[in-house]
Design a protein around this ligand. Structure first.
Ligand code: COS
Length: 386
């Protein structure tokens, strides 16, 4: 693996860095305070080409490789995890699924609108009673003369309230278990699709999260990704991309914690000298750096495997597990460096601490990642009773 970025990758990285500093960081605190989902900023992010970044140019994307996409996600994640979530969902879950599983017509219909930000998309897998056990979908799809009717409920869905198209996972035949699942491209602009905002989240307050009620929702006969029975694999391949994106965003949080802590420690004077001169403060900053670099290397390894078309589910889970836990640790440590000042939102570390907490929960909890990794190592599926 080459640790040197190409000139093009470096340029994309620098552009994303200055965009983040000039446009995203500026608004992150106010949006967080006001629980404001900043559609104008989403539009700017789309104009940068960051929605659907890995989608080939012929479908309206930026045609980036995974490593370069990860560099962008890291920078936006450093600035604002709520906006990073928009990129992760739109790009890694929605666009990557359509790209991987869609017909040519579906790709041409959806991808340009999603990449340009004209439409937002959401990913309806999680349900009120279905989280880690993703195969156990309660939402049902019934065939009709004109297509499908879908009934059920989805929970904790990012972009639910602003999506124009929703990838909805539903069971077509409960007797078949995960082999009965299908993934529908559902038009969110119909009466049976009813999103409800979820408020009072610990973090990601500037992101849009909702519950969706599906009451006789219609999907046309050809509004399905893949075939009946492909639903679970579609979800898992989307998560292979989504987990990578979350991991890259968490490297951004780690990096943000590092920069904030270094700056603060050089400014803050106690006992007549900057606290950066104290060994125990340097130890905390070094610890943040260690976690940041290790997380970044794991993300880059997963990217390299993806970009060379090699199996990467285990390495993606390792990157996701490590980077999210590292970011939780770094945010905690950065607040310790900031002392009382880290407890209010004058500094970004307070928001990092709240925003990062969900990352070890969504896209598969840390425990699920450990079971995926453990299964790959031992060949034993801990989720199947012995
Ligand atoms: N890529 C492609 N196919 C995959 C896959 C992947 N990454 N992971 C599993 N599959 C396939 C398997 O090969 C298997 O295929 P067959 O039916 O042909 O045998 C099928 O999917 C079922 O796989 P498995 O037996 O591993 O399913 P489990 O029910 O044991 O579930 C876990 C596995 C726990 C890994 C899965 O349910 C999971 O990831 N849960 C967490 C869900 C999650 O992240 N939710 C968050 C949603 S977004 S906030």
């Amino acid at each position: 693996m080459d640790f040197e970025l190409t000139d093009e990758q470096r340029l994309v990285q620098e552009t994303a860095r200055s965009f983040t500093d000039n446009e995203v960081v500026e608004r992150a605190r106010e949006n967080d305070r006001n629980e404001h989902f900043d559609l104008e900023l989403v539009g700017q992010i789309a104009n940068q080409g960051y929605l659907g970044a890995i989608v080939p140019r012929e479908y309206g994307g930026a045609g980036l490789d995974y490593l370069t996409y990860g560099l962008v996600v890291e920078e936006i994640g450093r600035g604002c995890s709520a906006m990073r979530t928009v990129i992760s969902v739109q790009t890694s879950r929605v666009c990557s699924s359509i790209l991987r599983w869609g017909t040519e017509e579906q790709k041409l219909h959806y991808l340009p609108k999603l990449c340009s930000g004209e439409w937002l998309g959401c990913f309806g897998l999680t349900e009120p009673d279905t989280g880690s056990d993703a195969a156990n979908q309660r939402t049902r799809a019934r065939r009709t003369d004109s297509g499908w009717v879908i009934n059920g409920a989805k929970m904790f869905i990012s972009l639910a309230n602003h999506a124009r198209v929703a990838l909805i996972f539903a069971q077509t035949d409960p007797k078949k278990g995960h082999r009965g699942l299908a993934c529908f491209l559902v038009d969110a602009d119909q009466p049976g699709f009813q999103p409800q905002p979820i408020h009072h989240k610990m973090g990601l307050r500037g992101s849009d999260t909702g519950a969706i009620s599906l009451d006789d929702c219609h999907a046309a006969g050809d509004a399905m990704l893949g075939e009946i029975g492909d639903g679970f694999k579609i979800a898992m391949t989307a998560l292979d991309s989504g987990r990578y994106s979350v991991a890259a965003g968490c490297v951004g949080i780690c990096q943000g914690c590092l920069e904030a802590s270094v700056n603060y420690s050089k400014d803050r004077v106690q006992f007549g000298r900057p606290i950066a001169s104290f060994q125990l403060v340097q130890e905390m900053i070094t610890d943040i750096k260690l976690h940041t670099d290790a997380a970044r290397m794991l993300v880059w390894r997963a990217a390299t495997l993806k970009d060379t078309g090699k199996p990467n589910t285990t390495e993606t889970s390792i990157a996701k597990l490590y980077a999210t836990e590292a970011a939780v640790h770094c945010a905690d440590t950065a607040i310790q460096v900031h002392g009382g000042s880290g407890y209010v939102d004058d500094y970004p570390v307070e928001r990092y601490y709240r925003d990062v907490r969900v990352t070890t929960l969504y896209e598969g909890t840390s425990q699920i990642q450990k079971l995926i990794i453990g299964r790959a190592l031992t060949g034993v599926n801990a989720l199947v009773p012995a």
